[in-house]
Design a protein around this ligand. Structure first.
Ligand code: S3P
Length: 439
């Protein structure tokens, strides 16, 4: 049981960890590019280390030049493996889905295994479009309809382009198709109804791939990547999000969060929080292949709002912490389009409903229009009168960090059963929280 002591009157300046999504992608693209890539500010967390381990098993040489600095020796398009290779994505959904797109174009067979929660996460969303491209890729069919890890891939020299309209807004699926397109004949055309994070597209431009966006489509064709030499990865907005919310809902507080990625496909939380009445300023914006900036946040009283389904992909990982904001707000918050939360590391609708109900929050989740919606009646100032509670992590990093932020701001001591899962994305989370306590 981990004890969460409250904090108030926060005055602090923090650096969030490096971006997880960009860290995965940078090492994967560096591995199949020509030349060596020096990667500064690489995230060392369980998920990104799983990707790093995979590329090492694929024969790619990697050296640490410092704690978060890597040198990846690019092998060119075709990786130096003969016969078969066995990889393990551990619990990282981004690793297993994105690397699948890279492996279907290779000249060897591969099996990608998974651990714990990832063993039950849906893979057909990736294997199906890749099979349409001619790939020999199959997940295991334990439940009949869905395909689950492990994923088996056999080589083919018949990869072809497709025109694909994304049925789910998923950057992992989109990225797998784009990577496969680098090995396929013809021009692959992808249409997204709601834009998901575009880090793969931005990085591929930096690696000089044949990729462009035109009239709402992503167009990508056969390419040999060339390294840009050096890449700096900005701070992770999804990790910064916990402190943006902490600064907002804690009384009499102000936090400056430095060097955070502010890619517009990621910062839905800022738009939503501003609508709820938050005081957030973006300062010192820098334009690189990914824009980044400092974010200044001050305490505010939030009000409930309605959030349309079309905003969800730009804040998919922030939904648990947005539930926390809604619990602190005055009035009702209704959120549509949440079904993807059900297939994350845990069912995040379920985990957050369980924990917030425990805290006396009136929260209801219901199926709606082939999707899911959640209604939360905020407790407003009344939330500061909670007795001490025990929350459950559900072994999910974002549920755990969200409930810790919730606890810190309520002004009482609470507990949570496990915090190990935080290492999936944000190993320094507790350290940073403690750095905000008054000495
Ligand atoms: C990610 C995409 C999102 C997100 C995940 C990271 C990525 O998943 O939830 O944490 O790096 O591409 P989906 O593609 O399933 O939406």
């Amino acid at each position: 049981m981990y004890k969460i002591r409250p904090i108030d009157k926060i005055r602090g300046e923090i650096y969030p960890p490096p971006d997880k999504s960009i860290s995965h992608r940078t090492v994967l693209l560096s591995a199949i590019s020509k030349g060596d890539t020096e990667i500064a500010n690489f995230l060392r967390s369980n998920d990104t280390l799983a990707t790093l381990d995979c590329i090492k098993r694929l024969g790619v040489e990697v050296k640490y030049l410092g704690t978060n600095k890597l040198l990846v020796k690019g092998c060119g398009k075709y990786l130096p493996i003969q016969g078969k290779v066995e990889l393990n994505a551990q619990e990282s959904g981004t690793t297993i889905r994105i690397i699948s797109g890279l492996l279907v174009g290779q000249k060897f067979s591969s099996t990608i295994y998974a651990e714990k929660s990832l063993r039950n996460r849906p893979m057909k969303r990736v294997t199906q479009p890749l099979r349409m491209m001619g790939a020999n890729i199959y997940g295991e069919n334990r439940e009949g309809k869905e395909e689950l890890p492990p994923i088996l891939i056999e080589p083919t020299d018949k990869l072809k382009s497709i025109h694909y309209s994304m049925p789910v807004g998923s950057a992992q699926v989109k990225s797998a198709i784009i990577l496969a397109a680098l090995f396929a004949k013809g021009k692959t055309k992808i249409r997204e109804f709601i834009a998901s994070r575009d880090h793969t597209e931005r990085l591929l431009k930096l690696f000089r791939a044949n990729i462009e966006e035109k009239k709402g489509y992503i167009l990508c064709s056969e390419s040999q990547l060339i390294t840009p030499g050096k890449i700096f990865i900005p701070g992770d907005f999804s990790s910064a999000a916990f402190f943006i919310v902490l600064g907002t809902i804690s009384s009499d507080s102000q936090i400056l969060i430095k060097d955070v990625g502010i890619n517009s496909t990621r910062i839905g939380l800022i738009r939503i929080l501003k609508k709820m009445g938050a005081n957030i300023k973006i300062l010192r914006r820098k334009n690189y292949f990914e824009p980044h900036a400092d974010i200044l946040v001050k305490s505010s009283n939030l009000k409930g709002i309605t959030i349309d389904a079309k905003y969800i992909p730009t804040m998919i990982d922030e939904m648990p912490i947005i539930f926390v904001c809604a619990a602190f707000a005055k009035g009702e918050t209704t959120i549509f389009g949440l079904k993807e939360l059900k297939v994350k590391e845990t069912d995040r609708i379920n985990s957050m409903v369980y924990n917030l109900k425990k805290a006396g929050v009136d929260i209801k989740a219901n199926p709606f229009d082939d999707d899911w919606m959640v209604k939360i009646k905020g407790r407003g100032k009344d939330i500061f009168n909670l007795k001490s509670l025990e929350f459950r992590s559900f072994s999910d990093h974002r549920t755990t960090m969200s409930m810790i932020i919730f606890s810190l701001a309520t002004g009482n001591t609470h507990y949570i059963d496990d915090i190990d899962c935080i290492n999936k994305s944000f190993p320094e989370f507790i350290y940073i929280v403690d750095s905000l306590r008054k000495k």
